[in-house]
Design a protein around this ligand. Structure first.
Ligand code: ANZ
Ligand code: ZN
Length: 817
């Protein structure tokens, strides 16, 4: 018999699809629109198993939506600026553009062979001038709204990549997200986007996404934005006119504030320190510069600090408390100054203990006094030593009362604080979008006029791009030195480039019209297609890309370019492909090459394996799955199509009922399962249908029964969601023209979903007293019980003793009284 030649089938259908373009989205289609988006890759190397997984999962949804009558926008492009490409280019001693565009071609070819349903007419690259022209335009719009600015401050610095990093790019252990080097601090002038202006909205918007964003992302963003409610409290310092404001979430503990701490590296500490204490202070600052924020905030770290020589006055009781500088208070959080309440905050208590400062309990929780236990009590209790609060036993009342008191005295007020910082977006690297600003001695910052965009990246062929701490663009003298657009005098271009996360914050708008040279995107199109109905990507972007894209969306709305608020209505984060329980890595030598897998088993078997392995959000251990088994299954499915002998369009109503029921049940379940992302179960159901159809052909109704054709066609259609080549080949062998991807989804007949039942007759003394709908395989005992419980039967028996019951399941019950 003929065998299934996987590679031949692939070679056969790829050019056919290329010609048919079945997935081109029509902006003017009357069909309801769906926007399916999956994260676009960095062009570093060829595709890997991770891409294969996410594309396979994503494709199920996109293809399913086409089947269900939607017009589907499913675009793809490349996030082609950025450090990975630049570092690789330096390693290979070639220009980043050469490296980048060569990899894009490789990846494109692989994606097409992988039979993804992307609409290639929408393809874009963020490193193309036609794209970044609009990135620059958006930067200028954002700046016009006062949401882009430059400031000098201590910033995260990666000594390996020799560039600044956004807070979001520093991992929890204080290392660089890209290269793993220990991140340090540097004082630099950098560009920022004012994400903090949107902190509240970015936070509130998460509530509505709670149920449709699958995975940990919503909580990760909540924590990152870090909203807390508390109070600003003003403390007057000896010899200083302006009071110092602290931020506290526990204003109710004000009576327990026994000292004050200001961030050692903040301007305030340097300003208020007395001459006598200055040498000690300066030595201390020198010592702490090296530590990361994470280290500094850690509770288990020995506390360090220095007395600044001044005292502050507590506004609620007039008490004078010493002012210290320490590194466990961060300069850029809250106000950079705190009131220390050692009895009820462990870090303050550790500090008090180290420097022998007083500890005063103001909330009695029934536990041992923190002054002797050295364990701060943070729970609820009754206020003590707290003036008017004494005796109150409720924290909310304590906080409210204190805030009212402060407000009345003009020494404080309730406030909301966010952990979120502004987004540091400038980078001292070459391969990125140039910042469209010109610096003029006379005019200051001057935006490049819109009609002069894009500011093209100079080629710098042969130049040394190795990171040096300042942008390599500074060396492009001819490019840098320009006339000021405002006064015509000599001026210099900004030499920094933008973080690649800027490029990817708006790419889903540009897909709508990637070659439009009159605007970034068309508002009507954005409102018609947007927001994205489902976005699929990895968890690693939880707080970076997804937060930035949300910020951009809100700004674009406020500029009036769109009328919606959130970019991604639903989000699904896929698990990782691992091997032998470990992340794939060079050092472990456990990497799996996608190319090898595709050569050995073919595209469909790899895709099927990835989708079948687990629910999409779980990790897949390649050691636990069987692409060979997937391939055997695909061959079985393919053989069904060869065996069918009825003609297309045969009357199915006369077909084998049991097989028809299974077919319709399978299609119906596939609908429910796809919509709830249980793609692996869809495949399990199709496998059952394939087995049943095989049985029907070999030892049941036979290959000529129209029910067999109906089943085989349903298999081809549902299977096309994951195994498009096999499905297309089946479809052709079943007598249809390509492409199965745009075939009519089978219409489920509800009558075939109902379980079959039979009518049982209940007789008393030979007379019919009731009819019962029961399962054909009901037991005698069940049928008897059912019959005797029937109200009609009970009434007919009328309390007489039952002498005999004869049961002939499932049809008859005869009762003798
Ligand atoms: C007094 C107090 C008493 C505090 C108490 C806590 C417990 P979240 O929830 O994260 O916003 N804090 C304020 N600014 C700080 C800074 N720049 N660096 C380090 N710590 C800072 O935390 C707010 C609490 O963290 C504030 O409330 C303050 O300590 C501290 F029983 O004030 B609290
Ligand atoms: Zn000027």
């Amino acid at each position: 018999a003929e065998t299934y030649d996987v590679q031949a089938v692939q070679d056969k259908w790829l050019p056919v699809w290329d010609q048919l373009q079945p997935f081109r989205a029509d902006d003017d289609s009357p069909r309801e629109k769906k926007y399916a988006l999956t994260m676009f890759p960095y062009p570093s190397g060829d595709l890997h198993m991770g891409h294969a997984e996410v594309f396979a999962i994503h494709d199920v949804i996109a293809r399913y939506w086409w089947f269900r009558g939607f017009e589907v926008l499913n675009p793809m492009g490349w996030d082609s600026f950025g450090l990975p490409a630049e570092n690789a280019a330096i390693r290979n001693d070639e220009h980043p553009a050469t490296y980048t565009y060569a990899n894009i071609e490789t990846q494109l070819h692989s994606m097409q062979r992988y039979a993804t349903s992307f609409d290639w007419s929408r393809r874009l690259h963020t490193s193309d001038p036609e794209y970044y022209r609009w990135t620059q335009w958006l930067f200028l719009k954002i700046r016009e709204r006062g949401l882009a600015y430059r400031k000098n401050s201590p910033v995260n610095w990666c000594p390996q990549d020799q560039t600044v990093l956004a807070n979001e790019q520093v991992l929890a252990d204080g290392t660089c997200e890209r290269c793993g080097a220990e991140v340090t601090k540097r004082e630099l002038t950098q560009w920022y986007f004012k994400t903090t202006d949107y902190a509240q909205e970015l936070y509130d918007g998460l509530d509505a996404l709670q149920d449709t964003w699958i995975g940990k992302v919503v909580n990760a963003q909540r924590n990152w934005i870090g909203r807390s409610e508390g109070a600003h409290v003003d403390f007057v310092l000896d010899g200083r006119d302006e009071p110092v404001t602290v931020y506290t979430t526990r204003p109710d503990t004000l009576h327990g504030a026994t000292f004050m701490v200001v961030a050692a590296d903040a301007g305030l500490a340097a300003e208020v320190v007395t001459d006598e204490q200055r040498p000690a202070y300066e030595a201390y600052v020198e010592e702490i510069r090296k530590a990361s924020d994470i280290d500094r905030l850690a509770t288990d770290r020995p506390k360090t600090g220095v007395f600044l020589g001044v005292h502050a006055t507590n506004p609620v009781n007039g008490e004078r408390i010493p002012v210290w500088a320490a590194d466990y208070v961060l300069a850029d959080y809250g106000t950079g100054a705190i009131m220390a309440v050692p009895a009820h905050d462990q870090r303050d208590l550790d500090f008090a203990r180290k420097f022998d400062l007083p500890v005063r309990m103001v909330v009695d929780t029934g536990e041992e006094d923190p002054a002797s236990s050295y364990v701060a009590t943070t729970g609820d209790g009754t206020y003590v030593n707290s003036g008017a609060l004494d005796g109150i036993a409720d924290k909310a009342t304590g906080i409210r009362t204190t805030i009212e008191q402060l407000q009345a005295a003009g020494t404080g007020e309730g406030t909301v604080n966010f952990r979120l910082r502004d987004w540091l977006l400038s980078r001292q690297r070459y391969w990125g979008c140039p910042i469209p600003i010109i610096h003029c001695e006379a005019c200051g910052e001057v935006p490049v006029p819109e009609d002069q965009l894009p500011v093209e990246l100079p080629e710098l062929r042969g130049a040394d791009l190795k990171p040096k701490g300042t942008s390599p663009l500074g060396a492009a003298t001819e490019w840098v030195e320009v006339d000021c657009p405002s006064c015509g005098g000599p001026a210099r271009r900004d030499t920094d480039t933008m973080d690649t996360f800027v490029d990817s914050s708006w790419y889903f708008f540009r897909y709508l019209s990637p070659h439009d040279d009159t605007q970034a995107f068309d508002t009507a199109l954005a409102n018609a297609w947007g927001p994205v109905d489902l976005y699929i990507g990895g968890d690693e972007h939880a707080v970076l890309h997804l937060l930035y894209a949300r910020f951009f969306t809100k700004v674009l709305r406020d500029i009036g370019l769109i009328d919606w608020d959130e970019p991604f209505s639903a989000y699904l984060s896929q698990g990782k492909v691992i091997n032998n329980g470990r992340k794939m890595s060079k050092s472990l030598g456990n990497g799996i090459s996608l190319g090898d897998q595709l050569d050995e088993f073919g595209v469909d078997a790899v895709r099927l394996t990835l989708v079948f392995a687990s629910p999409p959000e779980d990790n897949i251990d390649w050691a636990d799955v069987s692409p060979a088994g997937s391939l055997r299954f695909l061959q079985r499915a393919w053989r069904l199509a060869n065996d069918v002998t009825s003609e297309p369009g045969a009357d199915v109503t006369t077909g084998d009922r049991a097989l028809r029921q299974l077919t319709h049940r399978t299609v119906h379940e596939a609908e429910v399962l796809v919509e709830s992302y249980r793609f692996n179960v869809v495949i399990a159901r199709v496998m059952e249908l394939v087995n049943a159809t095989r049985k029907a052909i070999d030892s049941g109704c036979g290959p000529a029964d129209p029910a067999v054709r109906e089943a085989a066609e349903a298999v081809a259609i549902v299977l096309s969601l994951v195994a498009p080549y096999t499905a297309e080949e089946m479809w052709e062998r079943l007598g249809h023209r390509p492409t199965v991807a745009r075939a009519d989804w089978p219409v489920v007949d509800p009558a075939l979903l109902v379980e079959d039942s039979v009518t049982a007759i209940v007789q008393i003394q030979g007379k019919v007293k009731a009819r019962l709908e029961v399962s054909p395989d009901i037991t005698e005992a069940d049928l008897e019980a059912l019959a005797l419980a029937d109200p009609g039967v009970v009434a007919a028996i009328d309390g007489r003793p039952v002498r005999k019951v004869v049961v002939r399941a499932p049809k008859l019950v005869n009762v003798v009284v």
